[in-house]
Design a protein around this ligand. Structure first.
Ligand SMILES: C[S@@+](CC[C@H](N)C(=O)[O-])C[C@H]1O[C@@H](n2cnc3c(N)ncnc32)[C@H](O)[C@@H]1O
Length: 347
């Protein structure tokens, strides 16, 4: 069978397509939240403004779900039948127009069911290798339109990377699932919970975190939920239940002048500041190894700042942080999330 033309496809948040194209210096927008580029090695494509990559994806177009499932199964068998390893299947829709989302989402669910049925019928051995868990070769099927699916089989990915640390990431559509928590004092908790999922490993009970710019306490709440002890720094108080929490020490200080008495396990920082100030804070904390791991928001005033999104990587490399990444995550608005570990686990 002749190989269809393949492209690397990238998922980005709606409205950030231009930022991704500018960052990569190549490619074109396919549709809202979807950008295509000529294939390159994955080590070169972990862009800040891309939340997921579908390496070497091919387009499959058929008018009905049944025919789409058949055609995707044929292509998948051609690419994965010889792989004697576990296979992980993600079938999903992108961040498309909300009015079309429910219909397209249920079509994707139907496509997944029909596709796995077809695989079971046509290639029982391949079907048995499909696992629920995250460890296998990643097969992604993006239903971009009712009759257009993109198929990507990543045979180049590292075997079993830590769940959020790989590229492609192991969350369907690059969206780490974060449970709704109505007890959190602000919705900002979603951002830190998502960021922790992208780390080389999650926080552990008993670790110590400093939370800079902590009020009203969404991030402190997430840290406490992980069993951490938290030093929360803000000029404003936290929500009453956190002010009274035995694992939380709130201190009224300038976040830019606060130094912990000894190095901590985690720095989490959500202070609203111009990029220069946040980058200076990052340099200071990492050069002096004040923290082993960190999650920091670099906030932007406007699109002109987006070109600065890569700057943390040089700072972290210079300070010797082995796991370093900057990502515009699903819950991020006009900001990007800086993630780093001194001694990465399994990356
Ligand atoms: C986006 S909010 C943080 C929200 C918080 N992460 C949460 O989950 O609830 C930013 C916080 O930074 C604090 N802040 C800004 N500049 C500060 C400074 N120089 N020192 C201490 N806190 C500061 C503000 O008071 C504000 O509470």
């Amino acid at each position: 069978m002749p190989r269809a033309l393949s492209l690397d496809l990238f998922l980005t948040s709606p409205g950030f397509e231009t930022a991704l194209l500018a960052e990569a210096g190549r490619g074109h927008t396919v549709s809202t939240g979807l950008v295509a580029m000529e294939p390159r090695p994955l080590t070169e494509t972990d862009y800040v403004f891309a939340r997921q990559v579908l390496p070497e994806a091919i387009a499959v177009c058929e008018p009905s779900v049944e025919r789409l499932a058949d055609a995707v199964a044929t292509e998948l068998i051609a690419r994965a039948d010889q792989l004697e390893v576990p296979l992980t299947l993600h079938v999903f829709v992108g961040d498309v127009d909300h009015r079309e989302m429910p219909a397209l989402s249920s079509r994707a669910t139907l496509l997944e069911r029909t596709l796995t049925e077809r695989l079971r019928f046509r290639r029982r051995r391949l079907h048995r290798r499909l696992t629920i868990g995250p460890g296998g070769v990643l097969i992604q099927v993006l239903l971009a339109e009712p009759s257009v699916a993109w198929l990507s089989v990543d045979t180049t990915g590292a075997p079993s990377p830590p769940i959020g640390a790989g590229w492609p990431v192991r969350f369907p559509a690059g969206r780490a699932s974060v449970p709704i928590d109505r007890t959190a004092p602000s919705t900002a908790y979603l951002k830190l919970a998502e960021a922790f999922a992208w780390m080389d490993r999650p926080p552990r009970a008993g670790e110590v975190a400093v939370d800079l710019g902590a009020s009203p306490g969404g991030w402190t709440h997430v840290a406490v939920q992980h069993g951490m002890r938290v030093i929360s720094v803000d000029r404003a108080p936290l929500a009453p239940e956190l002010m009274a929490h035995p694992s939380v020490a709130h201190t009224v200080r300038d976040a830019f002048r606060f130094h912990p008495p000894e190095p901590v396990d985690w720095l989490v920082c959500d202070v609203i500041a111009a990029p220069d100030r946040s980058l200076a804070l990052l340099s200071e904390w990492t050069a002096s190894r004040r923290t082993r791991r960190l999650v920091l928001h670099l906030k932007f005033k406007g699109e002109l700042d987006y070109g600065r999104a890569q700057e943390p990587l040089a700072i972290l490399a210079e300070s010797g942080y082995g796991y370093r990444r900057v990502k515009h995550l699903y819950h991020d608005k006009n900001e990007v999330t800086v993630l780093a570990s001194l001694s990465p686990e399994g990356v």
